[in-house]
Ligand binder design. Structure first.
Ligand code: SF4
Length: 384
């Protein structure tokens, strides 16, 4: 169980320790009334079943549709005419929050009548994200699929298309930059059957977007068979690369993502070393999902190992997404997240690697984890 401060002292203490409130929000989630106005996202890849909220000047993705939210002490009051809403802790207002507006590019369509929002979506406030290939060799079979993944759900429900062409992505990225102030692009992909693991598709997509917009781009894929692809990706306009471990302990990997775990940790390490040589220190990152079984010590050890290689460990609280095998798996509590993020933030600060210096991608956006707030805050972790 999370430690719960009393409602009486909550408002005062969150000002003293913003990272505590943000970490709590990501662990508990927020209850929404059924008639709540601002849009949120259900199903699909990336930060799903979440809502983007700007709290005390930081925009974070907060779970709002997962089962675990039912017991959350946080709720939102109605949206006011100035666009704010009251964030309540056990029905006591603690702070006003705002929400990124519906992007203008969502109302546009391609010449062949595909809505732009089916090609790419706005994440946080200024990130355009697309899953270039919405299918994955591992997804159709429960013996190989990653148990947390919902990549096929939005495709099934018609909320996206199976493959986005470079031309479509460039068109949408240009509009998102022009009308909504998008500053960076995240391109991810399901894993295809080819040995490049999607790198070739990402090269074509990145080149088209870069030519049309000049925006910073992160590409995300599994480690390809030939590390020559790192150079190709970089030459195609990819500024930062994500290769996502998700978990560190071999038993956790084999249980949670049986297909992906067939690629051994040692291969990821080799791929990290080779890619850092191309992209530079701090421009390669990896997701680690806290709460899936890795212990605090394992997550800290993993992060130390990765930082030593020049890789940014983006440690994110696991969110149980509706429709996945882990939809009833508990999210990690605030104390666990803080015990992990605080030392990792300090390690990153000491190594001179920060969310700010990453050129593009999830580590730069930072909305799915409060890790970046600990990079500058590593001496403070005891508000309550
Ligand atoms: S951290 Fe990554 S997945 Fe999360 S909102 Fe930002 S770009 Fe999207």
């Amino acid at each position: 169980m999370n430690r719960l401060p009393t409602a009486k002292n909550y408002s005062h203490n969150i000002i003293a320790d913003k990272s505590y409130l943000l970490t709590e929000l990501q662990s508990y989630g927020v209850q929404l009334s059924s008639d709540f106005g601002a849009p949120s996202r259900i199903g699909g890849a990336g930060p799903t079943d979440h809502k983007a909220m700007t709290v005390l000047g930081s925009t974070v993705m907060v779970p709002v549709h997962t089962y675990s939210v039912e017991g959350s002490p946080f709720s939102l009051g109605p949206i006011q005419s100035d666009g704010t809403a009251s964030l309540n802790f056990i029905n006591i207002p603690v702070v006003k929050v705002t929400f990124p507006p519906q992007p203008r590019f969502y109302s546009l369509r391609t010449v062949d009548e595909i809505p732009y929002w089916k090609i790419a979506t706005l994440h946080s406030t200024d990130v355009l994200a697309s899953t270039v290939l919405q299918t994955c060799i591992r997804y159709g079979n429960k013996n190989t699929k990653c148990q947390f993944c919902a990549i096929g759900e939005s495709l099934k429900s018609g909320r996206t298309i199976a493959k986005k062409s470079p031309e479509q992505l460039a068109e949408v990225a240009y509009a998102a930059m022009k009308y909504d102030g998008v500053r960076q692009v995240v391109l991810t992909t399901g894993t295809p059957t080819t040995n490049d693991r999607g790198a070739s598709i990402l090269c074509d997509s990145a080149r088209a977007i870069k030519d049309a917009t000049g925006l910073a781009i992160q590409a995300q894929c599994e480690p390809p068979d030939d590390f020559f692809w790192f150079k190709r990706l970089h030459e195609s306009g990819v500024d930062s690369l994500g290769m996502h471990l998700e978990a560190w302990n071999d038993k956790v990997r084999a249980k949670i993502m049986p297909g992906k775990a067939e690629v051994p940790l040692s291969y990821y390490m080799d791929a990290f070393k080779a890619s850092v040589k191309v992209f530079g220190r701090g421009q390669v990152s990896t997701y680690l999902l806290a709460g899936l079984g890795d212990t605090k010590e394992e997550l800290i050890h993993a992060s130390r190992t990765l930082i030593d290689l020049g890789v940014y460990p983006f440690v994110v609280p696991f969110v149980p997404v509706t429709g996945t095998q882990l939809e009833n798996h508990p999210a990690p509590n605030t104390d666990f997240m803080r015990s992990v993020l605080s030392p990792i933030g300090a390690m990153l600060a000491k190594a001179g690697m920060s969310s700010n210096t990453v050129k593009a991608g999830c580590a730069k956006c930072g909305a799915c984890s409060t890790l970046s707030t600990f990079e500058n805050n590593h001496n403070s972790c005891s508000a309550f």
